[in-house]
Design a protein around this ligand. Structure first.
Ligand code: HEM
Length: 329
């Protein structure tokens, strides 16, 4: 190997260093029951509210896209914390109380050991496979941030963006076009408020006409369902609570709900069309790619080692009083 190639390899290993520190066995000694506790709590949450899993995986996505998978999305407003929850991209996000319940159960068993960021990664996997989707081995070792980045949350991918803008936002965090299409497949479950697509029903891009890439029968159904901008409808009109490949077959039938969904199939000549066709052809193909893309997303810039902290309460950074185990007076 030439010395230049060797240097590149060396730099690559250094840059990838934070990836390498996430491991499957991170909690084997300190909290071996952690995956089981999370799974039990996610199952319970889904039994109470069928949308719970969808809410959890959306949190993980929004966490990882803003300053890496570090639990920053969960922090509420506090002195020095401008909460990401108030960012534009987090409009409508729900489910913080589900994260609280999971965290409380984990803390009861292993206090101060498991990060909120790892809980989101694990809960996302459970949410998917408990609703019929694939399972994968989650990597652990992420730590929680002591900062939030509201501006980053303002800039999360938006349903009103075009394909190039979406691709760019994924590229910026190290995800490629295949990841964009596969991960969008998470819209096979969960709901969206009408405000995120109502422009497509009647006045698309100020044209005074509906979006031409929206199936007319589906449009009528949506018009009937959307009695207010706040109403929520199924992201997948065929199997709304099941994790399957129907997201992609919906796109093939012009039944993608959000503009950002349908453009994956409707942007002329786009490379995403072939990817949609491929992922929509066999469930195994989608599931295999989804696992890979989820692991890749979960690896975005984690805090590891002595960076950040293990929050006791996912909504707040620990203060010195918490760390010392008593209240600050
Ligand atoms: C490609 C860019 C994406 C855009 C523009 C986008 C946009 C949206 C919007 C507008 C909603 C509705 C929010 C609401 O009404 O509360 C939503 C819901 C959802 N998104 Fe995405 N999303 C994207 C990618 C993803 C990814 C990568 C995932 C996960 C891997 C994901 C998972 C979900 C889920 C599960 C829901 C339903 C949540 C619920 O029922 O509360 N999305 N998304």
């Amino acid at each position: 190997m030439g010395s230049f190639n060797f240097l590149l390899l060396f730099v690559g290993v250094l840059c990838g260093g934070s990836y390498a520190q996430l491991t499957h066995n991170f909690y084997d000694q300190t909290c071996p029951s952690f995956p089981n506790i999370v799974r039990r709590e996610v199952k319970r949450a889904i039994e109470t509210n069928i949308r719970a899993g969808a809410k959890l995986i959306r949190f993980h996505f929004h966490d990882c896209f803003v300053q890496g998978c570090d639990g920053s999305v969960l922090l509420e407003d506090a002195p020095g914390i401008d909460s990401e929850l108030n960012g534009l991209g987090n409009l409508g996000i729900q489910g913080l109380e589900i994260v609280d319940a999971i965290k409380a159960a984990v803390e009861r068993e292993c206090p101060g050991v498991v990060s909120c960021a790892d809980i989101l990664a694990q809960a996302s996997k459970d949410s998917v496979d408990l609703q019929g989707g694939p399972s994968w081995r989650v990597l652990y070792g992420r730590r929680d941030s002591r900062t939030a980045n509201k501006t980053g949350a303002d800039e999360l991918p938006s349903p009103f963006e075009n394909l190039d803008q979406l691709k760019k936002k994924f590229e910026d965090v190290g995800l490629d076009t295949i990841d964009l299409v596969a991960l969008s497949g998470a819209h096979t479950f969960g709901r969206s408020k009408c405000m995120f697509f109502s422009d497509r029903l009647s006045n698309f891009s100020g044209s005074g006409e509906p979006d031409p890439t929206l199936d007319p029968t589906y449009r009528q159904e949506l018009e009937r369902a959307c009695t207010s901008p706040e109403t929520r409808v199924n992201l997948d009109p065929t199997t709304p609570n099941t994790f399957d490949k129907n997201y992609f077959t919906n796109l093939q039938a012009n039944r993608g709900l959000l503009h950002s969904d349908q453009i994956l199939f409707a942007t002329g000549e786009a490379d995403t069309i072939a990817i949609v066709n491929n992922l929509g052809s066999r469930e195994e193909t989608f599931f295999r790619q989804f696992q890979l893309s989820m692991i890749k997303m979960g690896n975005i810039k984690p805090l590891t080692g002595t960076q950040g902290e293990i929050r006791r309460n996912c909504r707040r950074v620990n203060d010195l009083g918490d760390e010392a185990g008593h209240d600050v007076m």
